[in-house]
Ligand binder design. Structure first.
Ligand code: OXD
Length: 306
């Protein structure tokens, strides 16, 4: 069996080592133009040339949760594509989002600014009821985030394409319930997959529906947010700020208005990092099951886009 690795911006060593240890009888290599035909591939944003040169793949594993980079490619019909399912990312996402919600709710930015000026003072106590959190996207990571937020007693709303029942989370689904979801949300957390249906979903209209003084946390994809609309909503005062981890172009281009905005906090697409060891373990488990002829979970529906 030959397994190839095609992930340009990922350091390959841990992956290759993990794959070679777990699959001692397999040939494992890094793909380059002209490489021999492989049976299975691990990919992140592969070029079309890779797909064209590997027509005999039996399955392809995306080494991330989001598969938006695969959607523009012309893939052989019927090629099974699997995405990572959690693999150590959901807990990272939950800790990233919860720290941000708590930081906003407790006004820690304000306290930090006060203390920097030598001011010892208490700000008014926030009321949890005034801080409903709305989680858009209830896949593995969204569900973990929503559940973890309930532990801190925040009122939590969840919105997804199809209904998802999660204990302690008020569920909304489909386009019909989007406005009601937004209207009941103060902190908006985006974990949606990026598809033609969800692109630009966080625009002037949806931001305007959020509760006054809203806060936006984007850990989905940059393409979900209309950048100018977010800046305008913050400058206009309806939205009080944002924490952004993902951007239309990454790295975020020099001179982009997000860089210098005092009410926008940025991180470099780090909310939930792919962990090589956990991911290899998951992928090798799935690969072995496929070889045994079993069905495995996490297959991407490329028409749906996730
Ligand atoms: C992912 C990501 O999709 O890292 O896993 O963004």
């Amino acid at each position: 069996m030959r397994v190839t690795f095609c992930c340009d911006d990922t350091r390959p060593d841990a992956w290759l080592q993990g794959l070679r240890t777990a699959l001692p009888d397999a040939e494992v290599d890094i793909w380059a133009p002209g490489s021999p035909q492989a049976d299975y591939a691990l990919v992140w944003a592969p070029p079309q040339r890779f797909i064209d040169e590997q027509p005999g793949l039996k399955a392809m594993f995306n080494i991330g949760a989001g598969v938006d980079a695969l959607l523009p490619l012309c893939l052989p019909p019927g090629l099974p594509v699997y995405r990572l399912e959690d693999a150590g990312m959901a807990v990272q996402m939950a800790e990233y989002v919860c720290q941000a919600v708590i930081r906003f709710f407790r006004g820690l930015d304000g306290y930090e600014a006060d203390m920097a000026q030598g001011l010892w003072q208490h700000r008014p106590n926030p009321r949890r009821a005034d801080c409903p959190v709305g989680v858009m996207g209830l896949g593995r990571m969204g569900e973990r985030v929503a559940r973890t937020l309930t532990v801190f007693d925040f009122p939590v709303n969840g919105w997804s394409r199809t209904p998802h029942a999660i204990d302690g989370v008020r569920g909304f689904s489909g386009t019909r319930e989007l406005d009601a979801f937004l209207a009941g949300t103060r902190v908006l957390v985006n974990l949606l997959p990026l598809t033609p249906d969800t692109e630009n979903i966080i625009d002037a209209r949806s931001l305007g529906l959020l509760r006054s003084g809203a806060y936006v946390i984007n850990v989905g994809r940059g393409g979900h947010v209309v950048d100018e609309d977010l800046v305008a909503a913050i400058d206009g005062g309806h939205v009080s700020g944002a924490l952004l981890d993902v951007f239309r172009t990454e790295p975020l281009p020099e001179g982009h208005p997000f860089w210098a905005h005092p009410r926008i906090t940025l991180t470099p697409h780090t909310s939930a990092r792919t962990l090589a060891r956990d991911s290899v373990e998951q992928i090798v488990g799935k690969l072995a099951a496929l070889v045994r002829g079993e069905t495995v979970t996490g297959r991407v529906d490329l028409r749906r886009g996730y």
